[in-house]
Design a protein around this ligand. Structure first.
Ligand SMILES: Nc1ncnc2c1ncn2[C@@H]1O[C@H](COP(=O)(O)OP(=O)(O)OP(=O)(O)O)[C@@H](O)[C@H]1O
Ligand SMILES: CC(=O)C(=O)O
Ligand SMILES: [K+]
Ligand SMILES: [Mg+2]
Length: 619
């Protein structure tokens, strides 16, 4: 389809307010019909014809020293360097309504009229201290447990950069979870953090019980243990309960039982009614409710497990609890097909305002790998749950599968969390192994949206130290990637075939590319549903993305996406007014200063200019 056809079909035109924009040929002055491609052909969509010839970057801090060739003085003293927009014709008029000045208000006055712009207080402090460019792009998730549930422990994690608190419904009582949610919420409201909450379902996995309240129990080599399906109030020594009633019936003598994917191993030696006697063949620490898989003749026994529902009746009760508590994300364990995600999403939509809870698919079974694309397509994001995944597929396949899942998520524009054992040794020790640092770095280099701590923050001795390792390793690797232009040749396939979405996608890809070439300080996006913000995040630009949205739920959900700094702000339909107000508020709070250069895009369209890219210098 030719560009002109596209344009006529949508009554859209591409224009450039400032025809002298650097690098644009003079023949294109005034109207650049082809400057933003609305056509297919993914790779080329990333290489916008807008080549900016005089893009220069200074060494220190990489602040751009690009001077506008023509500065068009505009309203309220704001300098517009360039505007490139896709205009939606509403009334057949030729002019852009964007040129019509809305009522001019002084920035200071507006700031006073709009008292609040909410942004995470830790991010705000980092921005002020280190400047835009050095903010962390990779998001951090902490599993909350006995080592991190008290208000002061949660606050230490929030201060340390926790973006999302994860509650694993395998553990803890309803009261305990309610209290943790309450603690996080009060920290957010009292101290200005914006920690989101993720609920992780138990799923129909087979796991051990608790050990009379002990944090862990050692199983020694050659020891005989009883695995029982009896409901015991108090456990005799070397005994554990198994939560799955069919267990004693299903296992066979000679089967191997793997605890947490092989951290500890047992061999079945005798069946005695509801009890199964096993010998420890690989010693190690047994954690409460550790996951169990059983293997026969070198193969995982899956038939029984496969019969169990992905969402158990207990999970549905937990999900109702999550909806009632207004959690931001629900992660579903042991997803096998896309059907269960679709079903859950319609269940949630019928009970909670549309889209306010993000549904994440945990990829941790071989079934989920078979249906990976379908599952991710219908989910709001995914988790590479390497703990259980490593028990279901050979361990040596986990790294390449991880890279594959991260790639699919990026292609389909879904946030992805890399989880489990990132810093496992830090459960007990204050420093990580070199191999763990390499593993964390690799996930950052793969450009996963988020990294997750499990036992390290839930029941380890050093939750804050573990979080700080994730933070510093992420920052360093992100910097390395930028310095080495490690991702300059990344190609993303086109996401959608619907024209409106393709325009958004091309606008965002081009905006990111312009931002990189111009070396701007930040990209601003004004977005109601967060879609444009996610598209910008997907293109992984060199600078941070400030995402302004008017709903708290969207702001919380953007917390989990790479490179986004979400702000909650009342938005008007007029882009110019949004921009001026944001500049004033950010300057007043010391988060930006005169002369900073930004690229701005928007999907807010109450006026007839739908989507546009602007390059602005802060007045
Ligand atoms: N709410 C909690 N209460 C007590 N202990 C917890 C809690 N949450 C986690 N833990 C402890 O931390 C360990 C690791 O936590 P996590 O929830 O990530 O486990 P996991 O078994 O990897 O996850 P999953 O069950 O989803 O596969 C658990 O084995 C458990 O000992
Ligand atoms: C996080 C999780 O569920 C796993 O790694 O198995
Ligand atoms: K779980
Ligand atoms: Mg798991």
């Amino acid at each position: 389809m030719a560009v002109s056809q596209v344009a006529s079909q949508t009554s859209s035109r591409v224009f450039c307010l400032n025809g002298d924009f650097a690098g644009v040929s003079s023949s294109a002055k005034g109207r650049i019909i082809s400057s933003v491609s609305c056509r297919g052909g993914a790779p080329s969509s990333l290489s916008s014809p807008l080549t900016v010839s005089n893009s220069r970057r200074s060494k220190g801090g990489r602040k751009s020293d690009l001077r506008p060739r023509v500065q068009v003085p505009r309203r309220a003293g704001v300098t517009i360097e360039a505007v490139i927009g896709v205009e939606k014709k509403v009334d057949g008029g030729a002019g852009s309504k964007g040129d019509e000045a809305p009522p001019v208000k002084q920035p200071g006055v507006e700031a006073a009229q709009v008292p609040s712009m909410d942004v995470d207080s830790v991010t705000e402090a980092e921005l002020k201290e280190n400047g835009f460019r050095s903010t962390r792009r990779t998001k951090l998730v902490c599993t909350i447990g006995p080592a991190s549930c008290a208000p002061e422990q949660l606050e230490a994690l929030a201060m340390g950069g926790m973006n999302v608190a994860r509650l694993n419904m395998c553990h803890g009582t309803r009261e305990w979870h309610t209290q943790v949610i309450r603690n996080v919420r009060s920290l957010n409201s009292e101290k200005g953090y914006s920690v989101a909450i993720m609920m992780d379902t138990e799923g129909s996995e087979i796991h051990m019980g608790d050990f009379n309240g002990a944090p862990s129990v050692k199983a020694e080599d050659g020891e005989e243990w009883i695995f029982t399906v009896r409901k015991l109030d108090s456990l005799p020594e070397r005994t554990t309960v198994v939560n799955y009633d069919g267990f004693a019936e299903d296992v066979k003598i000679g089967d191997e039982l793997l605890v947490d994917g092989g951290m500890v191993r047992f061999e079945v030696i005798e069946k005695i009614g509801p009890d199964v006697k096993c010998k420890c063949t690989d010693p190690g620490l047994l954690l409460p409710r550790a996951n169990l898989t059983f293997w026969r003749e070198g193969r995982l026994v899956r038939e029984r497990n496969a019969m169990l529902p992905t969402i158990s009746s207990k999970d549905w009760i937990d999900i109702d609890f999550g909806i009632a508590e207004g959690v931001d994300f629900i992660a579903i364990s042991f997803v096998k097909t896309s059907e269960v995600i679709k079903h859950l999403k319609s269940y949630i939509n019928a009970r909670a305002p549309n889209g306010s809870i993000g549904v994440f698919a945990k990829i941790e079974s071989s079934d989920s790998l078979k249906n990976l694309e379908d599952i991710i397509r219908v989910s709001d994001g995914a988790m590479v749950a390497r703990g259980d995944l490593g028990a279901q597929i050979p361990l040596e396949q986990v790294p390449s599968v991880q890279q594959g899942i991260v790639n699919v998520c990026r292609e389909l524009n879904k946030p992805v969390i890399v989880a489990s054992q990132l810093l496992e040794s830090m459960i007990e020790y204050p420093t990580p192994t070199r191999a763990e640092v390499a593993d964390v770095s690799e996930a950052v280099r793969q450009r996963a949206d988020a990294l997750m701590l499990s036992g390290e923050s839930a029941m380890g001795l050093f939750p804050e130290k573990a979080l700080s390792v994730l933070r510093t390793v992420s920052l360093r690797m992100e910097e390395w990637c930028r310095e080495n232009k490690a991702h300059a040749s990344d190609r993303l396939p086109e996401l959608s075939s619907a024209l409106h979405d393709r325009i958004s996608e091309n606008i965002c890809n081009s905006a990111s590319q312009m931002a990189n070439r111009l070396g701007v300080d930040a990209i601003f996006v004004y977005t109601r549903r967060g879609y444009m913000a996610s598209l910008l995040s997907r293109s992984r630009p060199d600078c941070p993305i400030f995402a302004f949205t008017d709903t708290q739920a969207v702001r919380q959900r953007l917390n989990l996406q790479w490179g986004l700094i979400p702000f909650r702000l009342d938005l008007s339909g007029d882009m110019e007014s949004n921009l001026r107000r944001t500049f004033a508020l950010l300057k007043a709070r010391g988060m930006m200063k005169k002369g900073d250069l930004i690229v701005a895009v928007s999907d807010i369209s109450t006026s007839d200019v739908m989507q546009s890219i602007q390059v602005r210098r802060i007045p």
